[in-house]
Design a protein around this ligand. Sequence first.
Ligand code: GLU
Length: 387
Amino acid sequence: MELAHRTREVKPSVTLAISAKAKAMEAEGIDICSFSAGEPDFDTPEHIKAAAAAALAAGKTKYGAASGEPALREAIAHKLHQDNQLSYQAANILVTNGGKHSLFNLMMALLNPGDEVLIPAPFWLSYPEMVRLADGVPKIVPTGSTYKLTPAQLEQSITPRTKLLVLNSPSNPSGIVYSAAELAALAEVIVHHDILVVSDEIYEKIVYGDVRHVSIGSLNPEIAARTIVSSGFAKAYSMTGWRVGYLAAPIEIIKAASTIQGHSTSNVCTFAQYGALAALQGSQDCVAEMLAAFSLRRNFVLDSLSRIPGLDCATPDGAFYVFVNIRKTGLSSLEFCQRFLESQQVAVIPGLPFGADDHVRLSYATDMQTLAKGLDRLNAFVGELWG
Ligand code: GLU
């Protein structure tokens, strides 16, 4: 059987595959520590679940508008105005099946064969695959030890075929967060070359200490006109399985992406959208509580890692990952992950599909006990490597 050529171009998602493997090993009774998927371990807050349950009881069980429930689109536009200083109307919002789907719809709506999309490395592993699925050409831009794209690197990477830059701040996997000044400098290049930028802000609520999340589109009207925002409810409200995300963009993009969604998935689960509405309109204390827990875990992980010889990692300013440099072990990231899983039953994600084969990613969106056990095992594993 001959499958579509595009299936040869794309690789399965390693984050999903390793998380599934870890879950399967756990179900077999193996004492495994999983630091794999970026999935908060908290249950979805009660008031959000209650709102979805009430919507279900009230008969919100039918098809809705493909682009989303009007009340939710309105609430998202309001949130973007209030939290991010972005001026979008409800018509600029598309409610999607998670943040991932908003990016996929965008690529499908925007790219023609050969259009180039700039992706600073390290990057979330699905970006290049989505670009390929949409017949675009992912252009990976190495960033060096800061993990941050500089205006000069951006400038040098732009060609006449460049259509879009993907920015992710806070970043998965590196945890870097761009400052307003750094974004302003990138915005200048973007505007000068008249390309578009999609700002993936799914981790915006998870920033530590004095670090502040800034939306690049809020900086000035010129960059606002060239910005698309992708986000969702999964990370801030621990709603990973709900699959509710959104795209905010100029109207022609939303119309095209909405048509694509209308022929592919139709609307996002109607009653789930009412849970998302409650997430935006209800108390934000749950977000602060989860952030406080992530912050303690981050400190614990960084402290433990600093005691393990031969591993280096930058302090993440946001998200819930540490991106550990394993260069000194002499192992590739795949070898490291495979051997660590086999010998110590700890699942971490190789850096290779994130564009950094000398790194592995640990998610600390898990409980302290698992973190303590897993880090002890990491210490033992690295000790074995040094012989
Ligand atoms: N974005 C999360 C991660 O990187 C969830 C898994 C996925 O969709 O890749 O772990």
